[in-house]
Design a protein around this ligand. Structure first.
Ligand SMILES: C[S@@+](CC[C@H](N)C(=O)[O-])C[C@H]1O[C@@H](n2cnc3c(N)ncnc32)[C@H](O)[C@@H]1O
Length: 210
């Protein structure tokens, strides 16, 4: 899989096909349990879901009382999220803004969010630069939640079938989260549910009040 592309065209084609062939399955996919576990206890405020995909997490956050900015560079994924929340018809649609942008360059408005969450997004450039950009959006007292799939088999250190992808890893994230500015609450690798599919790097940090 090392030659698989994860750029905008590739993701847009992937989402267009998945939504064409498996729309019902995608629509019924629950939000990622990692998000629920890590931020389920926070008081709602303004949230950024960076790399929101088809929107299950953004919609869950909105239902929990957050006002959400949901960013992705796949127009098809964003459209699916938008129509899904509109179809729910319970007023949630107004709590989510869907923005098409490339997280390789897009920088959130500074210190605006009580939560910035970015789950399983492939990074084209430097992980540290993306973590820095996303972290800049977190308000004092706010939370930064990052998860990345690390494509190794934990027992052997060998590449898993997803090798060739670059996502957030603990070391690169911690390298740019200045200890004077951030309290690191979680920084660990967790085995994934499917054996042999690698590990999840999970980082949760809270920006110290200025
Ligand atoms: C593996 S999916 C994860 C989606 C969702 N966060 C989740 O946990 O189910 C990665 C998502 O990130 C988006 N993505 C990848 N690179 C991106 C970039 N540079 N800018 C914006 N979105 C990106 C893809 O379009 C895709 O929707």
């Amino acid at each position: 899989m090392a030659d698989q592309a994860f750029d905008q065209d590739a993701w847009e084609r992937r989402w267009a096909q998945v939504l064409r062939d498996h729309q019902d399955k995608v629509a019924s996919r629950p939000p990622n349990p990692l998000l629920l576990r890590e931020v389920g206890g926070l008081s709602p405020g303004r949230a950024l879901d960076a790399g929101c995909g088809h929107g299950a997490e953004a919609i869950w956050l909105a239902a929990a009382g957050w006002h959400v900015i949901a960013v992705d560079f796949s127009a098809s994924a964003l459209e699916h999220g938008r129509t899904t929340v509109e179809a729910l018809g319970d007023g949630l649609a107004g709590d989510i803004e869907w923005i098409e942008a490339d997280l390789g360059a897009w920088t959130p408005p500074a210190a605006q969010f009580d939560l910035v969450s970015s789950l399983y997004v492939h990074v084209a450039g430097s992980v540290g630069a993306m973590v820095t950009r996303l972290g800049s959006g977190v308000a004092p007292g706010g939370t930064l939640l990052l998860a990345g799939h690390r494509p190794i088999v934990p027992e052997t250190g060998e590449p898993s079938p997803a090798a060739g992808q670059q996502q957030v890893c603990v070391e690169d994230a911690l390298a740019v989260l200045d200890a004077d500015a951030w309290d690191i609450v979680v920084a660990e690798e967790r085995p994934r549910a499917v054996a042999g599919s690698g590990v999840d790097a999970v980082v949760r940090a809270v920006r110290r009040p200025a």
